[in-house]
Each structure stands twice: as C-alpha cells, then as structure tokens.
Design a protein around this ligand. Sequence first.
Ligand code: BDP
Length: 685
Amino acid sequence: DDGYRLWLKYDLIGDAGQRTQYRAATQFIASTTNDVVVKTAVAELQRGLQGLLGQPIPVVAKAPAGTKRGILLSVDPSANVSGSSTSKDGYRIAAEGKNLVVTGKSGSGVLYGVFALLRQLQTGQSISALSLSSSPRIQYRLLNHWDNPNGTVERGYAGSSIWKWYELPQQLDPRYTDYARANASIGVNGVAINNVNASARYLTAEYIQKVKALAGVMRPYGIRVYLSVFWAAPKVIGGLKTSDPLDAQVKQWWAAKADEIYKEIPNFGGFLVKANSEGEPGPQDYGRNHADGANMLATALGTHDGIVMWRAFVYKAGSSDRFKQAYEEFKPLDGQFSPKVLVQVKNGPIDFQAREPFHPLFGAMPKTPLVLEVQITQEYLGFASHLVYLAPLFKECLDADTQTKGPGSTVAKVVDGSLDQHRISGIAGVANIGSDRNWTGHPMGQANWYAFGRLAWDYNLTAAAIATEWTKMTLTREPKAVATIVSMMDKSRDIYVRYTTPMGLHHIMGQNIHYGPEPWLAEAGRPDWTAVYYHKADSAGLGFNRTATGSNALALYSPGVQKQWGDTKTCPLDYLLWFHHVGWKQPLPTGRTLWSELVTRYYTGADSVTWMQQQWASAKAAVDPTLHADITARLAIQRREALWWRDACVLYFQTYAKQPIPAPFTPPTRTLAEVKNLVDLYQLK
Ligand code: BDP
C-alpha cells in the first residue's frame, strides 16, 4: 500500500456476511438530476460500492418497482436537516420503503451524504434503517496551501507542490481530481491554492487561466478556489505608482481584476491576504489600516459572490510582548470591516506552537466574523518525521471557553458565528499536502488532513472518534489493532508537548528551520525570533510573566479566564510558563518542584515514544507491511529526536536551575556542548 488512496480505499469488505447485507441494500443507484456535483456523487457511490462489495451497481433514472432495494439521490433545498438551517451543504439519509434516500439541500449536500454513506460501509456500520442528518456548523471550510509558483511549499514536508504551474492549463494531472475527492469526502469546500507570502504572478492573465483550469477540476466536487494576493500587485503588475487602498486608481485596478477573474471563474471564492506582516506590504505602508485594505478589496469584489479573508497574524518589531500585538492592532478595528470580510486568526497568539492558549482575539471582536486558522502541516510539530495526531490540538482551541458572553462562549461558537449572530463563518487549515506519493510524507499525517475536515464540519466530534473512523478506513478494521492505534494517536500530541515544550514553554525550537531544540538561541533578526525572549530562564526560575506584574498580556482575556490563568495555583500546568515566571524550587500540585516536574515531563515524554513504538509494533499483523515499515522507521527517528530534545532542554535549563537530574532519571550521557553542536550541524547550509 503506497498510501495514495488515503482513506478512500474502497477495498473489498472481508466479512462475507456483512457484504451480503450491504449488497442487498445497494442493488441500484437512482438519480435524475443533471447537477454536476450530483453526477460526481453518483460516480463516487458507484466506485465505492463496486470496490467495497465487489460488484458493479447500475445507475438508473428511477427506482425500479419490485423487490430490488437501492439508493436514491435527490436534491431538496427545503429538506429538513439537523444542524444549521442556513447551510446549503446539509444532507439527510433515511430509509423510505425498501430504499435508502440521500437528500441534499444542494448538489454538494448530496455529495457529502454519499460520502457519509460510504463511510458507514467503510467503517462496518449497519445501513439498514439508517437515519443520518447533518449540516456543517461552519460555512467556509478551507485548506490554505502555502505553495509557491516555483513548486516549493513553504513549511511543506511532503515533497513539492501538487500544482504543476508549467503544465497548466493544458495538462491536468489526475492527482488534482483525487485531491478534490479527498477534500469533498471530509467536507472541505474551498482551497486557497497559493502561499500567503504571495506572488503577484497569480493575478496575471496567464495565471488566471491556470487557476481557472484547477477551479474547473474542483467545481464538480463542490470546492471553490481562492487566491492569496500580494498587496503591492497594482504596482508590481499593474504599473501603478501606488498600492494605497484609498487611491482611486488602485481601487479601480482591483475591481477590474476581480471582474476579470470572475469572468473566467464564475464560482471563484475570493481573496486571502497577509498584509503588513513579516515584511509583506500592506495598507499601513500608506498610513492606512487593515480595515481600509480589507474593505477596499471587498468593494472590488462588488456583487460577485466572494469574500475577503484578512489575516490577523501581525507583530511589529519592538513592542513589549509579541503575544499582544495582533490584539492591539485588530481589536480597535472591530465594527469597521465590511460584511464581506472575515478576519483570519491563528489558534494561538504566537505561532502554531505545540500548545498555545487560545488567541485573545476570539471573543474580543464580536462585530467581526473570525476565521480560525490552524496548521495541519507540522511546522513546529516535528515535520513529517514525528507522529503527532492533531485533532486534540484543534479541539483544545475549539473547546476553549473565552467566557466573553458568560460560560460556554467557546472559540467554536465564536467561529461558527452563533455567539455573535454572524451570517458568515469560516475555518482554515494550512495544508500538509505535497507531491509525495502518499500526499503527506508521514502516513499518519493523512489523519490530520482528515481530522481537520471532519472538525470543520462538526467540531463536536471527539478526537478519538475521528481517529477511529480514519484508522478503520485507512489502516485496518481489526478491532484490537484499531483500539491500539487510536489510543496511540490520541496521546501523541501530549507526548510531543512533553518532550519538546512542557508546561507552557514555547518558541524554543531551531532557528528559521523550526525543527529540533534551540532553547539557548539569544541572537536573531529580532528579539522575538529568539528562544530566550520566550522562556526567560534565569537563576530564579523559568517562564514568561504575562500577569499584571509582567507584560500583562493576560489582561486581554475575559475576567474569568484571567482569574484562572493569573494565579499559579489555578493556572493549568499545561499553560503555566505561558503566563508565569516560576521559581525552580516552587512546589507544584503534582508534589514536585518546577525543576523536578520539568525534568519528569521531558523524560517521560521521550520514553512515551518508546511506548508508541511498542504499540505500533503490536499492530503489525493487522496493517499493510509497507505502510507498517514506513511508520516504524519514522517512529525510530522520533525516538532519537525526542532524546535530542530532552537532553538539549534539561541540560540547558540545568545551567540556570543548578540542580541535579532527579531520581529515578539518569542524566544524559552527552554534554550540553555536544547537543548544541548537533543543532549547529543541522543548520549548516
Ligand atoms: C510562520 C511561518 C511562516 C509563515 C507565517 C505565516 O514560519 O513561514 O509565513 O507563519 O503564517 O509560522 O504567515
């Protein structure tokens, strides 16, 4: 198994009894509509059933009279579907007489219903008397590709870009279709195809033709294409002297550009913008603010059905605490954005660390729809070498209670628009997809793509339930192996945090490359790119004091959150060093001192990787041998690098704590100088 088929394997179901039952209920597919997405649904259902049941299923216009049982597909915009009443993507699957009827509120709804039905078969559920009804809670469910025109992928670890710009538009790699299928199967309905550090090239007439070709592949799967735009495009490719959003010519340039795009791509989704962030140009270059920029683009979209997703990932050099900067720039703009604008906010205030508190902007901008941006690609989570299942991380943010409108004001409710009654809502995942045959490099990275889509559709699903679905569809249906793999996946993110950044440590990774440990990093392009800026280790203790006696970033949260996190006695240990500078000898609720707890976590975290190796080994007989060997090898890398992290961090922090490694742990056999040298070698050009 080379992993190419992802979770859509459709291999013959092994259990003959089950196969017979499924076959009896799926003797035909009846569909009449000409909707292009429904046609996709029909083809997918046929393909899936043929594979799973080992026999061809005829497609007919009308359910035949008689005893034959089959599946009817239909579109009914007024269908009663549970969940969101406004979404057009909902579906219902219900038994009607002897048949099963999949009703979608639109063609896309039918397609999502078909994938849900196939999932039942793939995971071995009964389909007799099936009754399922579901609507996505979030309207815009996007992957963000950080892919460049030259085929590289920023922070991509699975080969190069899947988009072959030099071949487009004439040549369409069949992979584009498989990509669209995979996304549709988990409910993703939009893709921003290029890097937020955008090239202006995508807005040229030549590239619009290429984008159009991709949009044509995506459309039958209910997926719209979006572009990240380079703010200075009017200057760079438009020949204008300025990119000032209030300049009449600039406004006109963007409006004409939007018209040009929609003429070619009538279902174009809209623009994603990174502006005045990490050196990218933006409206502030002309003394304007983010709202001026975003609103100008929204106006340029005019009556076209498109949106602007404006990123809040900004941090100016020189301010006291990077944690606060996005909040300080964006909070005052709440209420000033046009209705077509959504502000896109990363899950945490710094930058996709292995664990962050939820971003303080969630709940703080009630008048603005906020898109939650998470990272599926494992930039700070071990690239494609470490097995880290990310659903627990995504859930931790979605479930976090901002308390801004009383208890239960979760990030999820901010994002789905229900807390503040927004008409539009969105979620974005930075893709981990590349040209590697198995798409994600690490075969288990596929589960993170899968989990993102499933949670974007329904954030109430549990991480374990999603892992179970994915494992059964992708790796094995042998019950004991499923349980073993799911438990390993479910714990993997916590394990990663323990051996890299326990108790709220953050941003202590290798410079630029963002891999491996470098807690001693003290010199960089700017202070907030170093590690010492964040951990603040000294002879007294460790951690960033963000309480009122420190940077007071805590004040950005609602009073209830401040109260809990502001006191070392009530602050969860997982967030402790995010908010407090804690004495090395301070006792913690675990009964250990800070130093001893820190060392314990590094050691037990690294040892848990050995546990993961054992778990994985025990599932060997139930998993395809090629796939099993691939993951076994990656786990060996992970174990080696967990020890690297452990040794680097305990030896370095020990120079401040000045205490021995507590029993029962054995001190590292290498010196700090030796471990530092490892990092230096890693970063050699
Ligand atoms: C950081 C990445 C950088 C991205 C940036 C962003 O290191 O490559 O461009 O996020 O989100 O995490 O804009």
